[in-house]
Design a binder for this molecule. Structure first.
Ligand SMILES: Cc1cc2nc3c(=O)[nH]c(=O)nc-3n(C[C@H](O)[C@H](O)[C@H](O)COP(=O)(O)OP(=O)(O)OC[C@H]3O[C@@H](n4cnc5c(N)ncnc54)[C@H](O)[C@@H]3O)c2cc1C
Length: 414
């Protein structure tokens, strides 16, 4: 792989950009691999990348039914933060956040990580108490956050109306090194690095069955034929229940649509991310100037990757109360993704009842921020049989009642 650099740009400019390589190959599948990852979203690609980088396992295929990064990874609002309440969550999200800090250099691909800061508004006394508690927990976990008063909120984000009639801003949980990254670039950067290590990324290839022998996984059936493997990682977000069903087990997961929208582009008005969980909406401004707005999850299960009118109306109505200037903006487009929700709103990174088959899912409305940490942990689990970052997130916790309750941090937020 030719490295991207300022020198490479100058060289290519001088020869009319005729020398750029394809970012990744599009091979036909081989008959077998040491490991197969199903799902070329951020989590699947990161798993493959760390299998190669950390564990030297490169005879790997990533199989994707659509195009890489076309699932939730390419549909999310890109908020990255690690201010979770429970220790296992803070550990994996902070690992991910810290990997994001240097991911562009690591992948030699600009993922546009922007640690612009994330503010979670406290608009009820209940939220004030909750976020103060989270700030104390974060201090113990080594995650840098602080609870700030309304004056500081206004300084950091002047377009907020802190004296709203129903929900005045009483303070906020501020994480200064949280932020955003370019979602497609995260998928593309990992894909390019995986391809460079000799891994095969096979797009337009749906896994339709999982073959087993004596309780062990032996491969997958796909729309491009059967492919054998010694280890299988299933990382398919909103379709986790469907793929688990192919292997004969059920997951404690519900699949629902979550949606987002963007406004017409405007001049820079806001250089942080703001989440208003009581009124339920969150917003940041993209580099193009669009206000990127996230809404809620549908209250019913479905697999259609579409938004619904009622949520757009509700989200915009809710945000106008806190950001009155939004009422003059035209909305440009909106979309949906299918997210996989667990009862305790924490992910699953686990062995499964089928030997050598592993599952990574349940990131619900907030898994983009976790991609590097999740891939790191999943790769370690697949390569060595255990991972300190993943051990609390096993399927066994639902049987044993060891829930990692993040409904405040993740139930409505992202
Ligand atoms: C509107 C919206 C806003 C969000 N906002 C945020 C946010 O601000 N911050 C945050 O941290 N998270 C956010 N999220 C959540 C985040 O997007 C997801 O948790 C994360 O992207 C999941 O990544 P993934 O790689 O697991 O899944 P995906 O990116 O969905 O990848 C799974 C892939 O598996 C493929 N697949 C499925 N079935 C098969 C099959 N049978 N065979 C082959 N391939 C298959 C799919 O085509 C898909 O490409 C948001 C989600 C949505 C929808």
């Amino acid at each position: 792989m030719r490295r991207y650099s300022a020198f490479a740009i100058a060289r290519e400019a001088a020869r009319f950009h005729s020398g750029w390589d394809r970012a990744w190959r599009s091979p036909t599948p081989r008959s077998a691999y040491d490991a197969i990852i199903v799902g070329a979203g951020g989590h699947g690609l990161a798993t493959a990348y760390y299998l190669g980088k950390n564990h030297g396992l490169t005879n790997v295929a990533v199989i994707e039914k659509g195009w890489l990064g076309g699932g939730n990874t390419g549909r999310n609002t890109t908020i990255i933060r690690s201010n979770y309440l429970q220790d296992p969550s803070a550990a994996i999200y902070e690992k991910a956040r810290s990997l994001y800090e240097t991911l562009s250099q690591d992948l030699n691909y600009n993922i546009m990580f922007s640690p612009r800061g994330v503010m979670m508004l406290a608009q009820t006394q209940h939220e004030v108490r909750g976020y103060q508690r989270t700030a104390h927990a974060n201090a113990l976990q080594g995650v840098t956050t602080e609870f700030v008063g309304p004056k500081r909120v206004k300084e950091l984000c002047p377009i907020i109306n802190i004296d709203g009639p129903r929900y005045p801003v009483l303070g906020g949980l501020w994480q200064a090194r949280a932020g955003t990254a370019r979602h497609d670039a995260v998928a593309w950067g990992y894909a390019r690095a995986c391809s460079d290590m000799g891994m095969d990324i096979i797009q337009q290839c749906e896994v339709t069955g999982i073959t087993r022998e004596g309780g062990k996984v032996t491969g997958v059936e796909t729309t491009k034929g059967a492919i054998g493997c010694k280890k299988l990682g299933v990382v398919v977000a909103g379709h986790s229940g469907v793929v688990a069903n192919m292997a004969g087990f059920r997951l404690p997961i519900e699949s629902v649509a979550l949606q987002a929208l963007v406004s017409e582009p405007i001049k820079p008005v806001m250089d942080i991310v703001v989440m208003a969980n009581t009124v339920h909406g969150y917003m940041s401004q993209s580099d193009k100037g669009e206000m990127v707005i996230g809404g809620g999850a549908d209250g019913y299960n479905n697999y259609t990757q579409r938004g619904s009118f009622q949520h757009v109306e509700e989200t915009v109505r809710a945000l106008i109360e806190t950001f009155p200037m939004l009422s003059r903006l035209k909305m440009l487009r909106w979309w949906g993704g299918i997210v996989d929700m667990t009862g305790d709103r924490s992910p699953i990174i686990s062995k499964t009842p089928v030997e050598n088959m592993f599952i990574n899912c349940g990131w619900g409305t907030g898994g983009f921020k976790a991609i590097p940490g999740s891939g790191w942990a999943m790769a370690e689990l697949m390569a060595t049989g255990g991972s300190p970052l993943a051990q609390e997130f096993s399927l066994g916790r639902f049987r044993e009642g060891r829930f990692i309750d993040e409904s405040v941090a993740a139930g409505v937020a992202h």
